[in-house]
Write a protein that binds this ligand. Structure first.
Ligand code: SAM
Length: 181
């Protein structure tokens, strides 16, 4: 199976420059947030959202240990992106589902995920990316992934790629939505 997280990181690497602003809409333990922080560097700006305090605590520690003390992590629903993010952003990432090693009953939900993707589309610069990894193997995950696909495909200002992790119908899927110039 292709490592979709690493593939997403490659796509970020191709567009991000030091000083850019990025949003991690599902911070979790902060692995993706740290990759983003490294790509935009000390002059960049990193904003993250999660609804689980334990996850944010772990992510904060990870970022602080790496020297990214200015990353802003919000204990809030990612559907509030528009409230907290007003400047142009080059990458917004979503890694859906539940926190690995955490409470599997706390997952992203289709309604807030779709709201957040809509909000992300508004703050993205032309040429910027929304990446979403959807997981089809847990309850509600396939429906959420299908809803994400439909929403991204309906956004005419975006070119959308869909990359499944394997041929299995329940494999994770990476969506890369690039805002047209
Ligand atoms: C698959 S994990 C993210 C893993 C993370 N990217 C990492 O590198 O560790 C999904 C995360 O989404 C968070 N989440 C679920 N619903 C959310 C919401 N409405 N707003 C923000 N975060 C949410 C969960 O708490 C969980 O930590």
């Amino acid at each position: 199976m292709i490592r979709l997280t690493e593939l997403a990181h490659e796509r970020w690497r191709a567009v991000l420059r030091p000083g850019d602003m990025v949003v991690d809409a599902t911070v979790g333990n902060g692995h993706d947030t740290l990759v983003l922080a490294r790509l935009v560097g000390p002059t960049g700006r990193v904003i993250g959202f999660d609804i689980q305090p334990d996850a944010l605590f772990a992510a904060r520690q990870r970022l602080d240990d790496a020297g990214f003390l200015d990353a802003r992590l919000y204990f809030d629903d990612h559907r509030k992106i528009a409230e907290f993010v007003t400047d142009p952003v080059r990458v917004v990432c979503f890694n859906l589902g539940y926190l690995p090693g955490g409470n599997k009953s706390i997952t992203t939900r289709v309604d807030s995920t779709l709201d957040a993707i809509g909000a992300a589309a508004q703050v993205l610069v032309p040429g910027g990316l929304i990446t979403v990894i959807g997981y089809r193997g847990h309850a509600g995950g396939a429906a959420e992934t299908d809803a994400v696909r439909d929403q991204l495909n309906s956004m005419v200002e975006f070119a959308v790629e869909k990359i499944p992790g394997s041929e299995s119908p329940v494999s994770p899927v990476l969506f890369v939505a690039a805002k047209r110039d």
